[in-house]
Design a binder for this molecule. Structure first.
Ligand code: NAP
Length: 225
């Protein structure tokens, strides 16, 4: 999984490990990634193709397949069209779109073709509710999440015949550092461990079902998010 060093990703890494999974967590801040018996922390910069390749190779050394890829790393740079610098636009797309693509393409060979009769494997791409609506003031971020969601829906069709379910998870406010400046108290938002529970549910769907695109609202802010 990517973006395991804080917020949503860290909560997910902790829950997956408690559920008995062998968790490979990647992020730039390796010290923030949970690491104990069943979890390991790996240096990963999704903007760098060699770094993604090394992460995939490291996982492949220890396992011939992956049951769940959580493609979660992302940055949230703000700004309107007139305010957004080329650097911020590039940084956003390098991480949220190109990085997510490199990770998904890198791990896909370890997910496809589960044994006959086995449950389909799962890729969860963490997009955003802002990839489902226009988010003025967050132009580059919103556009990057629309792109990620589109890529996810394409991959869902492409990998369906190969035993892989691909889901775009589109959260509203989740109480992490990324939304520290939001005009709502953290307690009214979805909590990272709650979203992690939803990831577990999406990874363990009944065999015959497909969910490809799911928006997760903070219940207390449903009218406002
Ligand atoms: N919080 C929300 O309300 C919300 C809503 C919708 C969607 N999301 C999405 O949820 C995901 C997680 O965000 P969060 O809220 O948990 O924020 P966060 O606490 O800032 O976590 C972001 C994670 O992404 C990692 N990351 C960023 N750039 C990276 C890079 N180049 N290479 C590898 N890892 C990188 C960070 O790790 P390092 O800095 O250590 O590399 C960190 O672990 C993001 O994709 C975000 O867009 C969040």
């Amino acid at each position: 999984m990517t973006g395991a060093s804080s917020g949503i990703g860290r909560a997910a890494a902790e829950l997956f490990a408690r559920e008995g999974a062998r968790v490979f967590g990647g992020a730039r801040n390796v010290g923030g990634i949970p690491s104990d018996g069943s979890s390991s922390a790996h240096a990963l910069d999704v903007r760098n193709e060699d770094s993604v390749r090394s992460f995939v190779a490291r996982v492949r050394e220890e396992s011939d397949h992956v049951d769940l890829l959580l493609n979660n790393a992302g940055v949230g740079l703000g700004g309107t069209l007139l305010e957004t610098s080329t650097e911020d636009f590039d940084e956003t797309f390098q991480t949220n779109v190109r990085g997510a693509f490199l990770v998904m393409r890198g791990f896909a060979p370890l997910l496809v073709d589960p044994p006959p009769g086995a449950r389909p494997r799962t890729i969860l791409n963490v997009a955003s509710i802002l990839g489902t609506i226009p988010a003025s003031g967050l132009l580059a971020y919103s556009a990057s999440k629309w792109a990620l969601r589109g890529m996810s829906l394409c991959a869902a069709e492409e990998l369906a015949d190969r035993g892989v379910r691909v889901v775009s998870v589109n959260p509203g406010y989740v109480a992490t550092a990324m939304v520290a400046g939001a005009p709502y108290p953290a307690g009214t938002m979805v909590q990272p461990p709650e979203l992690a529970e939803i990831f577990v549910n999406l990874a363990t769907l009944p065999r015959g079902a497909q969910i490809d695109d799911v928006t997760v609202h903070p219940h207390a802010l449903y009218a406002h998010d």
